[in-house]
Design a protein around this ligand. Structure first.
Ligand SMILES: [Zn+2]
Length: 526
């Protein structure tokens, strides 16, 4: 996994008020543009403004060098981090440069918190040192990317989020706002986790998932019982806690059991879809709390074995409300990855839990064996864009603070793949292997198998739009899928890794096997 990297985030306050400085966060760099007629579609999708504490990378000092910036309270985390070995001075210069002030202006800095990131992966974690300092008086002449905000105002923007409204980022929440909010639950046992936005706790738990990820995010929502409570009158279910996708592997079932036992008894469980890395812990939930209510789509339930869940469930199809005390959520039908795939909108914070529709890094794979469908996938992506969520929460990898940027990136990527698949067909590719090997020539051959699922669905999508050349036979293409593809792939995989002698033997064996399989498959044709 390698070593974690570090970031310094600074809360800058003024005496006798609860205001602090926030800086508007720059959106991620624009991707390479798609053709103009396509790019036009994306221009209307712009994420609303995101404000957070100023921050900068925090790099280790070379050799025996030590930081000359004193941070009061740094000793309290000495067992986990020696802050003096990090270049705090350079990070502070970067932060203060952003608003044109010398870094000495805050006088003394105090440690607010040191946060070690949970294992979201696929890379090593990003740990954050949060510090707090105070100005003698309020700076008025700020650039327009900076603003003063009270804690009350920032909390209101976070937990009463309005679509298209100003957003508040995770450093401000974790450093300044969270300690002041009511909470009647902490993750037990003390599993590494992250709470952002308020009310949504992500616990990445070890699971048998596809590389490069190693964990599935268990989403936990617990009622905070703030005054006011639920205003929802048409909920499909009420509860005091909600779990989404208990998909951890058996090595951590003991920890999942402890977590379930620490939750209020009125428990709701929702699974976004049936894949084992999303349901492998369901039996633990059922054993610890047989009264828990399971919500899922009927197509998903039909694929979940009795060994995972043997009692009743409530079918949802999208649009249903769920009330967890003062936390309101809405089920979102999100087919594409599978035909029963669901997302969940956390209404209080306008955060969208997207299941496997997106992943923290890379692109998603659709499951053609469980009703995965490219047209549905595009449509769901547009539905997500139209919802203007403030944050996307995937089940693998980190949260994404630029939902529209990310979703448009997914659309660009899928469209570009579809164009290159059509080009390879127009250039003569007729079998699944031909198309995959041409379209994914620059990708590790290990990944050609999941890629082949998407290619099949792209070809179906092209066919449904009558875009395929007349000379292309869908029947012959179908025959080239399954075993045929696997045999060709096995030869190509060995070819990339073996000596010439092994290669020749494998090619011969593979050729004979392919000839045999082709004969069998053609015999099955009507
Ligand atoms: Zn999945």
């Amino acid at each position: 996994m390698g070593s974690p990297s570090y970031r310094l985030a600074a809360a800058i306050t003024i005496p006798s008020t609860d205001e602090f400085l926030l800086v508007r966060q720059p959106p991620p760099p624009s991707p390479a543009p798609a053709p103009e007629e396509e790019e036009y579609l994306y221009r209307g999708y712009v994420d609303s403004e995101l404000y957070d504490l100023p921050s900068a990378p925090l790099r280790p000092l070379a050799g025996e060098l030590r930081s000359d910036v004193a941070i009061r309270g740094a000793d309290s985390v000495a067992g986990r981090l020696d802050i003096s070995r990090l270049d705090v001075s350079a990070s502070l210069d970067q932060i203060c440069d952003q608003f044109g002030l010398p870094s000495g202006i805050c006088g003394e800095w105090r440690l607010l918190k040191y946060v070690e990131e949970a294992e979201f992966g696929p890379d090593a974690g990003l740990n954050t040192v949060l510090i707090i300092g105070s100005l003698e008086s309020k700076l008025e002449a700020l650039q327009d990317s900076w603003r003063w905000m009270s804690k009350e105002c920032a909390s209101g923007l976070l937990s009463g989020a309005k679509s298209g409204g100003t957003r508040i980022g995770p450093y401000a929440y974790i450093g300044l706002l969270k300690p002041e909010l009511p909470s009647n639950w902490t993750v037990a046992p003390a599993l590494p986790c992250q709470e952002y936005p308020p009310g949504i706790t992500l616990v990445p738990m070890k699971s048998n998932t596809l590389q490069p990820f190693r964990t599935t995010n268990l989403v936990v929502v617990v009622a905070t019982d703030t005054p006011g409570g639920s205003t929802c009158s048409d909920c499909v279910v009420y509860g005091d806690a909600l779990l989404i996708d208990p998909g951890c592997c058996s090595q951590v079932h003991g920890k999942l059991a402890e977590l379930v036992n620490s939750l209020p008894k009125k428990l709701v469980v929702l699974v976004t879809h049936h894949h084992h890395d999303h349901v492998d812990g369901l039996s633990v939930v059922q054993r610890c709390n047989p009264d828990a209510v399971l919500l899922t789509h009927k197509n998903t339930m039909s694929r979940i074995g009795k060994g995972n869940w043997s009692i009743g469930y409530t079918a949802v199809a999208g649009g249903e409300n769920i009330c967890i005390g003062d936390q309101q959520l809405q089920v979102v039908f999100a087919p594409g990855h599978t035909d029963g795939h669901m997302g969940v909108l956390h209404v209080n914070t306008n955060a969208l839990i997207v299941g496997d529709h997106c992943v923290g890094q890379g692109s998603a794979t659709l499951d053609n064996r469980a009703g995965g469908n490219m047209k549905d996938y595009f449509q769901t992506t547009y539905n997500f864009l139209d919802m203007s969520p403030h944050v996307l929460i995937p089940m693998h990898g980190r949260i994404n603070l630029w939902p529209k940027h990310m979703l448009c990136g997914y659309l660009r990527h899928r469209r570009a793949r579809e164009v290159s698949i059509l080009q390879s067909i127009e250039n003569g590719a007729r079998t699944l292997f031909d198309i995959v090997s041409k379209t994914y020539a620059d990708v590790d051959r290990k990944l050609w198998i999941p890629a082949s699922f998407n290619v099949r669905l792209h070809v179906d999508h092209l066919n449904s739009q009558n875009k395929l050349p007349k000379s292309f036979s869908m029947d012959k293409f179908e025959v080239s899928c399954g075993t045929n593809f696997m045999l060709w792939w096995a030869v190509a995989y060995v070819q990339a890794r073996s000596s010439p002698a092994i290669l020749a033997a494998t090619a011969l064996a593979g050729g004979l096997a392919i000839a045999y399989a082709l004969k069998r498959n053609s015999g099955n044709e009507p």
